[in-house]
Design a binder for this molecule. Structure first.
Ligand SMILES: NC(=O)c1ccc[n+]([C@@H]2O[C@H](COP(=O)([O-])OP(=O)(O)OC[C@H]3O[C@@H](n4cnc5c(N)ncnc54)[C@H](O)[C@@H]3O)[C@@H](O)[C@H]2O)c1
Length: 315
């Protein structure tokens, strides 16, 4: 199984994954529409090194274009699909829930339909810890009923998961849902706290701390996430949902302290009210990932932030 189609290949997770797959000898068919959720020039830069591989082909297109998707699958015949293209970002989803439903749900159904028609051997869906919302069952386990979703983004990712599962049941599509927890590191999404805070502290600028600093996140280093996705690619489960998270939540206040140590600079904090859609805590139970994938996150926050800061200094 060497020909993989990756959607969202120019994004943060997608570009890191694409490069790793190419490095390991896979042929990669990439799809991305380079939308302006954040500066498309960042995405162009993300994908630059992958472009030098002969085994990489990029299609600049929208996953909402069903007929174009059909043409690409007929032409390329990918053996497996890793679907990462999405509107990401909790806060923006509150401003524009329709867009999130359209891209994250309809876009996923488009891919499922084309992939199952084309007889693709495995469909990996990049889901999110947001599907757990404010669940009180900690740490979050894959069998959680997910009855406490609080953002349109989380709802769109959960709705897409239901479609993935349904395509497995109805059409026998082999599918793995990976629930990713707050990913950070090189090419980190510019709208997320790790990137915003690190860049601001390095430049001596103010950072906006939403809430009392006691909300916590299970920050997970990008290389660990990519490693987990590759392991899932090795085993075509009939259907599984698996958390990929560090399993070590850090409060926002401690995150900022860790960043101060890593940068050697004091943060200038501006206190702001808690934002709608922000959950209290994310915390992955990774027993299943260990058992089924032999995976666990290896990078603790200080180490991961040091690598990220090193990367920022070179870019
Ligand atoms: N970064 C995280 O912490 C995190 C956590 C949980 C889940 N995820 C999930 O992982 C995936 C990747 O997230 P990311 O952080 O790399 O985000 P990202 O925004 O950097 O990457 C998403 C990519 O998808 C592309 N895209 C969006 N809509 C598209 C469309 N209609 N057609 C074609 N391409 C489209 C974008 O241009 C972008 O390059 C998403 O599905 C996201 O929900 C990310």
């Amino acid at each position: 199984m060497k020909k993989i189609l990756v959607t969202g290949c120019a994004g943060f997770v997608g570009s890191n994954l694409t490069e790793r797959l190419l490095g390991e000898g896979y042929e990669v068919i990439g799809i991305d529409n380079f939308n302006d959720y954040y500066n498309p020039a960042v995405k162009e830069k993300n994908i630059q090194s992958a472009m030098s591989y002969k085994k990489f082909r990029l299609y600049r297109m929208d996953i909402l274009d069903l007929s174009r998707l059909g043409e690409i699958f007929a032409q390329e015949r990918p053996e497996k699909v890793i679907h990462l293209a999405a509107r990401a970002g909790v806060r923006a989803s509150i401003a524009d829930p329709l867009l999130y439903a359209e891209v994250n749900v309809l876009g996923t159904v488009n891919l499922l339909k084309i992939a199952s028609n084309a007889g693709v051997g495995q469909f990996i869906y990049g889901s999110s810890s947001s599907v757990y919302g404010n669940s009180k069952r900690l740490p979050f386990s894959e069998d959680d009923p997910c009855g406490a979703i609080i953002s349109p983004y989380g709802a769109s990712k959960r709705a897409a998961e239901f479609f993935v599962e349904t395509f497995h049941r109805n059409f026998g599509l082999k599918a793995t849902i990976l629930r990713l927890f707050t990913v950070y590191g090189p090419r980190g999404r510019p709208d997320m706290a790790p990137a915003l805070f690190t860049k601001a502290i390095l430049k001596g600028k103010e950072i906006g701390q939403f809430g009392n600093g006691l909300t916590s996140r299970d920050y997970t280093y990008i290389d660990d996430i990519v490693d987990g996705i590759l392991r899932a690619l090795d085993v075509a489960f009939d259907f599984e949902i698996i958390n990929l998270g560090n399993s070590h939540p850090i409060t926002l206040a401690d995150f900022i302290k860790t960043l101060e140590t890593a940068t050697g600079k004091k943060a200038k904090i501006k206190m702001l009210p808690k934002q709608a859609g922000d959950v209290e805590v994310t915390w992955a139970n990774i027993v299943k990932a260990k058992k089924l994938l032999g995976w666990e996150s290896r990078t603790e926050l200080p180490q991961g932030l040091a690598k990220y800061i090193e990367w920022l200094s070179q870019n």
